[in-house]
Structures are given as structure tokens and as C-alpha cells.
Design a protein around this ligand. Structure first.
Ligand code: HEC
Length: 228
């Protein structure tokens, strides 16, 4: 069994069981060496010392992977001053650190951040909380949720700009401001009128965005109390 420990870049000199390739990314996983006993992930921060590939040729022979029980790499400097390349154990849970490059990382983040559905989920939840707040005559809380609903929809539009036109025209402009004033008034009847207008604003956007089916759900049955 052969144990290979590479302490620094000078250890990469001849005879070459190793092959170096440069690439431009700043930080990436080069490879993971796995076997029964261990799994070592090689990473590099140094553009100058990148992509270390295990050269399988040794004296013209193939070195079997099974022969390598661990590979520890501490690439230091290697001609790029100050950039101490580090060896770091990355687990399979390091879903961002393990990505090829920053582009791939941003793609993964975009995917995780979802589109308009998740903000809407939050908006639906807050809409219910808003109704609760009005029932308790907690108008400060109603205003709080109304403000957060706005932020959430704006953030949704940042991710899905095509929804922006309807959002601004039917919700985020004047109607949002007037409804806020109704909640802030602290007047029970005015506040419930505000709630009715809010529901209409939500539903009109769903209609404009060709999602009429969204309007047929329990949260939109929420209404002012029978006797107020
Ligand atoms: C841009 C206009 C627009 C406005 C304003 C709007 N919605 Fe939506 N809503 C959407 C769109 C688009 C979807 C579907 C999202 C998707 O398919 O990714 C949606 C989906 C939803 C969903 C389903 C979310 C889920 O996946 O479970 C709920 C609940 C919802 N909206 C509630 C509301 C409420 C309550 C309001 C008002 C406070 C509101 N919406 C205002 C456009 C809007």
C-alpha cells in the first residue's frame, strides 16, 4: 500500500507522478479520492496551483487507485505569493463549496431561491395573520404584515420581473398605500374596508396573471366578521 502525502508544491517536482494544470477559478474542488478507509477532497485557492491530477503513470505502469489510501495536499504558494492554497475536507453537504466555480454556485443559489411561488406562499400566510390581527383589533400588527407583504412581493418581482407590471399596476402603487392608511387609522370599519380592498387587489393580480384558480382557496374566504 502506498501513502502519498504532499506537503507543498515543491513536492510536485519530478519524477512526475503528478500533472498540474492551470485554470482561472479561485477556489474549487479538484478531486475527491475515496476508498474504503478515507475520502480526501483536494481543494485549491490558488489559481497558480490548480487542478492536480493524479497521473496514473508511474514508470510507465498504471498505479491502481486502490493503492492510494490517502492523499493529503497542502499546496503552499507555488509561485503565487501570499495565496496559500489550503487543503480542506469538504463533505457531500458542502453543496456550494463543492461546485465547479462561482457561476455554478450562483446557479445553485438561484435554483434554491425559487421564483414567485415561495414569496406568494409567505404572502398567503401573512394575509391570514393580517386577518387575525384585524380580528384582535391589533392594527399595528396589521400594518406590520401589510408592510412585509409589500417587501415580499417586491422581492418576488426582483426574481420574476415579468410579474412586475401587474404587481405595480394592481397592488404595489396607490392601492397598497390606501389600504395601509386604512389599517393605520385604527378605525374598525375602515380597517375592514381595507381588508376587502386588499383581497380584491390580490385576486385581480392573479386574474391578470391568468391564475384565476388561485382565487378559489380558503384564504380568500377570509372576510370581515358578520357583525362589526
Ligand atoms: C404579480 C401579481 C400578484 C399579486 C399582487 C399577488 N399574487 Fe399571489 N400569486 C401570483 C402568482 C404569479 C402566483 C403563482 C406563482 C408561481 O406559479 O410561481 C401566485 C400564487 C399565490 C399563492 C399560492 C402560493 C403557493 O404556491 O402555495 C397564494 C396563496 C397567493 N398567491 C396569495 C396572494 C395574496 C394573499 C396576495 C395579496 C396579499 C397575492 N397573492 C398577491 C401573483 C400575484
Amino acid at each position: 500500500m502506498e501513502k502519498v502525502a504532499l506537503r507543498n508544491a515543491s513536492a510536485l517536482s519530478s519524477p512526475p507522478p503528478w500533472e498540474l494544470r492551470r485554470h482561472s477559478s479561485d477556489f474549487r474542488v479538484l478531486r475527491t479520492v475515496k476508498n474504503r478507509l478515507s475520502s480526501t477532497t483536494i481543494v485549491s485557492r490558488s489559481p497558480a496551483v490548480c487542478d492536480l491530477r493524479l497521473n496514473t503513470a508511474r514508470d510507465g505502469q498504471r498505479v491502481k487507485k486502490a493503492n492510494i489510501i490517502a492523499l493529503t495536499l497542502f499546496l503552499v504558494g507555488a509561485g503565487s505569493p501570499g495565496s496559500a492554497a489550503e487543503a480542506e475536507e469538504l463533505s457531500q453537504n458542502d453543496w456550494l463549496l463543492r461546485a465547479e466555480n462561482d457561476n455554478a454556485r450562483f446557479r445553485l443559489l438561484q435554483q434554491q431561491m425559487r421564483g414567485f411561488d415561495q414569496p406568494m406562499w409567505e404572502v398567503g400566510e401573512r394575509f391570514e395573520r393580517l386577518h387575525d390581527a384585524l380580528q384582535r383589533e391589533n392594527y399595528e400588527l396589521a400594518v406590520y404584515h401589510w408592510d412585509k407583504i409589500k417587501t415580499t412581493i417586491e422581492n418576488g418581482v426582483a426574481k420574476r420581473p415579468a410579474r412586475g407590471e401587474s404587481a405595480r399596476r394592481l397592488f404595489l402603487g396607490d392601492s397598497w398605500t390606501k389600504i395601509r392608511a386604512a389599517f393605520a387609522s385604527g378605525d374598525k370599519r375602515e380597517a375592514w374596508d381595507g381588508f376587502d380592498s386588499a383581497r380584491t387587489a390580490c385576486q385581480s393580480c392573479h386574474q391578470a396573471e391568468k391564475l384565476e384558480f388561485m382565487n378559489n382557496q380558503v384564504i380568500f374566504d377570509l372576510a370581515r366578521p358578520r357583525r362589526d
